[in-house]
Structures are given as structure tokens and as C-alpha cells.
Write a protein that binds this ligand. Structure first.
Ligand code: BG6
Length: 462
């Protein structure tokens, strides 16, 4: 075998509650921002498919766990939907949700799959969004109560917790670039939301450590390396460093080092957009850093010095400091419109080793969304997704290299286990090791990549 991974390497995949569970009559789930947005603007969602019609995991998790086994999982991450467990965001706990998550967790463990649980995957309970969502300090308090409730209910069995998945996305999507509810463009609000998410994470980490449940808690970040157009042009390099501070270090630095990056603080001060905070907040963030870092990697960011005119119709924007560089000849995933750059995963891992104390980390998402996979079905009804096998193995080679060089990377999770609901893209692009046939009662079939992944996991390499 050419690429042998360390003993006890985590092989598996990631998903989220809102993208997989679905909603059912009498399940007691409260509305999240996604349920609300879909009700308001169903046309925004690909083919009009909304968040209730996801892959029926709420009912079918037992069957799905068998498929996880058959695809080599020794670990699996999903999220607890806040609006399922505490339908109003605060107050009463939904006992049907407790029963569901308990059984889901127990069933995973009984099948030799370690459950990793994330607490927030873009799914603000609507009752809290109505009061401002992450803009409102009370949401931080409510989140910490929710987190403690999860630790108390499930912490005897769940030993890997994550405070957020990609916390920059609610900032970008909800308050800058309009792809998440509430669909605003307002940099000052974006800064406040980001600050509150960081604070909520630190407070949840403090609570978890205090409870002394014998597990680890971390955060999952989509680290998107920023490459300058020309590494010898100081203006390009500076622009790339600013983009990095906005989109990566805004969460990576506080999560791992307990501090915010100087470049970002300087800009926010110049703009007079410092967030509202209380005296002890920065100390809380300083003192409660993560045990473990999850890294989601899909694509790099190519940056050049600002050349285009600034658009201030909505006030200042991060893009005032850089332009996106459309690099000629880059390799693309045309369905998602994302560049494929395998070495990026190595660069991120090297960065964590060199600049972040070689923190214990794992690849928590990596994957390739493809539209119309039905055209690759063979006579046995299996999707022959050789492109996905190539994508995963090409990235794994770089993960392997980083580990050889000493990076403390302990696992690789694919996005995702089975095709799921991708927010406004709904079921347009499919990411899973397992297909879900929506026209046929969401019938599950393992793809060629799923069979391949089982071999890789069984051999601990390829
Ligand atoms: C990650 C998210 O950004 O990428 C997932 O954690 C998401 O929730 C996945 O589904 C793929 O991106 P998209 O936008 O194609 O769904």
C-alpha cells in the first residue's frame, strides 16, 4: 500500500441535522430560519424542495447506520438541531427529540461508529431569529443553555463535540452576500454576529470543560487558503492576507489562540465597527480555546489587489480590500462552480502545524457535489462516480504527506454520507457515498465511491 495512515485514523463522513432529518407530523420540532425562509420564498430553493423533505433520516437512521457500516465508517458527524431539541430556542425540551437523538447515538455506538456531535449548523430557531438571532446577546446565553442541555443529555456517550460548523457562513450568507436568511448586507451587523458566535463557542467550551465529561470539544471551520495572484507583488500579498484575516483567521485565531488577528482588528477599528461586548468577553475567549479542530476544505480563494471600483451602496464590505482573481486554467467542479485544488488541503494542514501549535485536527469535510449523477448508473443500479474516487484519493495523498511531515491530523470525513439537502441548492448537487432516489421513496444505494471507501478504511490506506 502506498498511502498508509496512522493507527486509529478516523474514517467516515459528516452531515447535519437540518440537511438530513426532515420534519414529521407530531415530532415536536420548532421552525428554524430555513423552515421560515422556505415558507416565505419557496422559489429560492432548487426545484422548490424545502427543509422538511430531506432524506428522512429521522425515520430511517437505523437503515442508514447499516449503510455507514457498509461504507467503512468508524465515526460519523451530524448535528443536533437546536429547533428540534428546544423548539422555541429557550425553554421546554422536546422529549421526542431526546428519544430520537438517544436512539440515533446508541445505534451508532452499537455498530462501532463513534458519534461526533455538532451544536450549530446554520439552523437558528426562528423564535430567536425574530429577536435578532446572533445579533442579540441573549442568543449567546440561550445557545449556552442549549449546549449544556446537550452535554447533560448525551455527554455520557458522545465524546467529540463541536460548537459550530463553519461559523463564518452565517456571517457571510446572512449579513454580507445574501445566501442565508435574513439575507442582509450590513458589515457592522456581520461583525457583531461573528463576535457573538465566537463568544458563544468559548462559553460552551468553558461549560463543557467544567462538566468534566471526559471528552473533547472543538470547532469546525471551513479554511479557505488565500493565494495571491502574484506572490512577488506586495499589493497582491497584502490583499490575500486581508482576505485570510476576514474569512479564516476571524474564527481560527480566537478558536485556537484565543485572540483576534491584528489585521482584522485594525480594519474594524478604522471603520468604527467594533462589536458591542462586555468587559469579560475577551478574557472568556482567551481562556477557552478548542481541544480539537475540524477542517472543512473544498476550494481555495484566489486574490489580487483591489482593481475594481468599490461598491458602497450598502456601506463598507470586506471586498473593499481585495478582488477575487479568476486564475486562468484552474481546475473546476463545474456543477458547484468551485475550483478543485488538492494541494490546498496540505497547505492548511501545514499552517496548523507551523502557526497554530500543531493542534490536534482532522479533515471534517471535503467533497464534490455533482449534478445529474443518474447518468452514471450502471446495469446493477450503482452510480459509477469515479470522479469522486479521484477527488478523495487526490486529497488524501496530500493529507498523508502532511501527516508524514508531522501534522497532527487524526482523521478524514467526507461530505457526505448520503446525498442530502444543500440549503437553497436543495438536491441539485449530490455529494454522498450513497445515493438517495427522491423519486423512489428516497431509496438508498451505495455508489462505487462508497464501496471504494470501505476498502480504504478497512486497509487504513490505499
Ligand atoms: C459545507 C457545509 O459548506 O459544504 C454543508 O458544512 C454544505 O452544510 C456543504 O452542504 C456543501 O456545500 P453546498 O453549498 O453545495 O451544500
Amino acid at each position: 500500500m502506498e498511502y498508509q495512515f496512522p493507527k486509529d485514523f478516523w474514517w467516515g463522513s459528516a452531515a447535519s441535522g437540518p440537511q438530513t432529518e426532515g420534519t414529521y407530523e407530531g415530532d415536536g420540532k420548532g421552525p428554524s430560519i430555513w423552515d421560515h425562509w422556505y415558507q416565505e420564498e419557496p422559489g429560492k430553493f432548487f426545484d422548490g424542495v424545502g427543509p422538511s423533505d430531506t432524506s428522512q433520516v429521522y425515520k430511517r437512521y437505523r437503515e442508514d447506520i447499516q449503510l455507514m457500516k457498509a461504507t467503512g465508517h468508524n465515526s460519523f458527524r451530524t448535528s443536533i438541531q437546536w429547533s428540534r431539541l428546544i423548539p422555541e430556542g429557550t425553554g421546554e425540551v422536546n422529549q421526542s427529540a431526546v428519544a430520537f437523538y438517544n436512539d440515533y447515538i446508541d445505534e451508532l455506538i452499537a455498530n462501532g461508529i463513534e458519534p461526533f456531535m455538532n451544536l450549530y449548523h446554520f439552523d437558528m430557531p426562528m423564535a430567536l431569529q425574530e429577536k435578532g438571532g446572533w445579533l442579540n446577546r441573549e442568543t449567546v446565553d440561550a445557545y449556552v443553555v442549549f449546549a449544556k442541555t446537550c452535554f447533560t443529555l448525551f455527554g455520557d456517550r458522545v465524546k467529540k463535540w463541536f460548537t459550530h460548523n463553519e461559523p463564518i457562513v452565517p456571517v457571510e450568507g446572512g449579513y454580507l452576500y445574501q445566501f442565508h436568511y435574513p439575507n442582509e448586507i450590513n458589515m457592522k451587523q456581520a461583525v457583531q454576529v461573528g463576535f457573538h458566535e465566537n463568544l458563544a463557542s468559548a462559553q460552551a467550551i468553558a461549560a463543557y470543560h467544567q462538566m468534566d465529561l471526559g471528552g473533547e470539544i472543538g470547532i469546525i471551520l471551513n479554511l479557505t487558503p488565500s493565494y495571491p495572484r502574484d506572490a512577488n507583488n506586495p499589493e497582491d500579498v497584502k490583499a490575500a492576507a486581508i482576505a485570510d484575516a476576514f474569512f479564516n483567521r476571524s474564527f481560527l485565531d480566537p478558536a485556537v489562540k484565543g485572540t483576534f488577528p491584528e489585521e482584522l482588528v485594525t480594519i474594524i477599528k478604522e471603520l468604527d465597527m467594533c462589536p458591542d461586548m462586555q468587559a469579560e468577553d475577551l478574557t472568556t475567549i482567551k481562556e477557552n480555546t478548542v481541544d480539537l479542530l475540524g477542517i472543512n476544505y473544498y476550494q481555495p480563494r484566489r486574490i489580487k489587489a483591489k482593481e475594481s471600483a468599490m461598491d458602497h451602496s450598502h456601506g463598507p464590505m470586506p471586498d473593499d480590500y481585495f478582488d477575487t482573481y479568476d486564475m486562468p486554467g484552474k481546475k473546476m467542479n463545474p456543477y458547484r462552480g468551485w475550483e478543485i485544488y488538492e494541494k490546498g488541503i496540505y497547505d492548511i494542514l501545514t499552517n496548523t502545524r507551523e502557526n497554530y501549535g500543531n493542534i490536534k485536527c482532522y479533515i471534517s469535510e471535503n467533497g464534490m457535489g455533482v449534478e445529474g449523477e443518474g447518468r452514471f448508473i450502471n446495469d446493477q443500479g450503482v452510480i459509477e462516480d469515479d470522479y469522486r474516487i479521484a477527488f478523495v484519493s487526490d486529497h488524501l495523498k496530500y493529507v498523508h504527506q502532511a501527516i508524514q511531515e508531522g501534522t497532527n491530523c487524526v482523521g478524514y470525513h467526507m461530505w457526505t454520507c448520503m446525498d442530502n439537502w444543500s440549503w437553497t441548492n436543495a438536491y441539485k448537487n449530490r455529494y454522498g457515498f450513497i445515493s438517495v432516489d427522491l423519486a423512489n421513496d428516497a431509496k438508498r444505494t451505495i455508489k462505487k465511491s462508497g464501496h471504494w471507501f470501505k476498502e480504504v478504511a478497512d486497509q487504513n490506506g490505499f
